[in-house]
Write a protein of this length. Structure first.
Length: 344
């Protein structure tokens, strides 16, 4: 098996290249391909990453398929961010589908060509998720902070152009990761994840601040629609911190760790938090829906009691029929000024 196929899952660090004069005996020293190669006694981080990838297959793929179905059903009244959400869900499905192929190749096929395809899928996940989430944050920021400009940029051609740019950057990064051997290539991902994390955090914090300040004069309560938007953005900000803070906090300090510790523990754990976003992102979208299409109310109440409780907190106010004035009393005997407060 080739040397570049023996790295832990989703690793962006490549082994040190051998001197040119030692290539004659490579085939005699190559070890069989194994996911634990080089980390046989430090497998906890890799197992943690693999466990979360299994969650993506079991939960993430159906959830993302449901998100796409909902977006298609709402195509007559789309939101401006629906295109970005659909692209993100499609990429997460592709990444989840590659997980069983990864297991088969690790323990059965052991093919270099298949491993190259797997590395391409890791590149897609590394890039498409942060970039499309950044596009969603940009869309929300313009809508809340610059509503006039947002009205001028609502045409879908602007979002199609931005999505095409994200796809080009994603495929370029993924192809470079698949080829491998580029010097300091792992620094590209570190810079990308730092930049997108800062951007998404600033965008969401600015939206929260603007919504918080948008209360009416002399009012302590926020408008119900703005309050709903405030909770939604706050929820998304928590998800962004959960998924992206671990790699942001760990990867820039690669030089602090020994090569084995960074490769066997730091990288798998950091990528695990990033990879599980393929499940958390669609679930967060479905939870925020007032009504989940394709599911009966009984099913939703059974599996999502907290969502049902939230939607039933403020039922529409209705006046009891007994409080209406008696219809049989003649108007002349009961003038409006003498209506009793008690019921007859």
């Amino acid at each position: 098996m080739e040397m570049n196929a023996s790295l832990p899952l989703n690793s962006t660090s490549f082994p040190t290249q051998l001197p040119l004069n030692t290539t004659a005996d490579i085939n005699a020293t190559v070890k069989p391909f194994s996911v634990f190669d080089g980390c046989d006694h430090q497998v906890e981080g890799i197992l943690f990453d693999l466990t979360l990838q299994i969650v993506n297959v079991v939960v993430g793929i159906p959830a993302n398929m449901l998100v796409i179905a909902i977006l298609i059903s709402n195509r007559k009244e789309p939101s401006t961010s629906d295109l970005f959400l659909g692209c993100l869900a499609f990429m997460d499905i592709y990444f989840g589908v590659m997980t069983p192929i990864t297991f088969l190749n690790l323990y059965h096929w052991k093919s270099k060509n298949v491993w190259s395809s797997i590395k391409f899928s890791y590149g897609v996940k590394d890039t498409s998720g942060p970039l499309f989430l950044s596009c969603i944050c940009l869309d929300r920021l313009v809508a809340v902070i610059f509503p006039v400009l947002f009205g001028q940029l609502k045409h879908i051609k602007y979002r199609l152009s931005l999505s095409a740019l994200v796809f080009c950057l994603t495929f370029a990064y993924s192809a470079a990761k698949m080829v491998g051997g580029l010097p300091n290539f792992e620094k590209v991902f570190t810079g990308e994840i730092l930049a997108t994390f800062v951007w998404m955090t600033v965008c969401n914090a600015s939206i929260l601040w603007a919504l918080k300040k948008s209360r009416g004069a002399g009012k302590d309560e926020m408008h119900p629609m703005k309050k709903k938007a405030f909770k939604t953005v706050l929820f998304i900000l928590c998800i962004i911190v959960l998924n992206y803070l671990p790699p942001v906090a760990l990867f820039p300090f690669e030089d602090v760790y020994s090569p084995d510790v960074f490769r066997c523990y730091v990288q798998p754990v950091g990528f695990a938090f990033l990879n599980i976003s393929s499940t958390i992102q669609p679930i967060s979208y479905l939870v925020r829906l007032e009504k989940v299409p394709f599911f009966s109310d009984t099913c939703v109440k059974k599996w999502c009691p907290c969502v049902c409780a939230e939607s039933n907190k403020n039922p529409p106010a209705q006046n009891p029929p007994a409080q209406n004035p008696p219809a049989q009393n003649p108007p002349a005997q009961n003038p409006p000024a003498q209506n009793p407060t008690s019921q007859a």
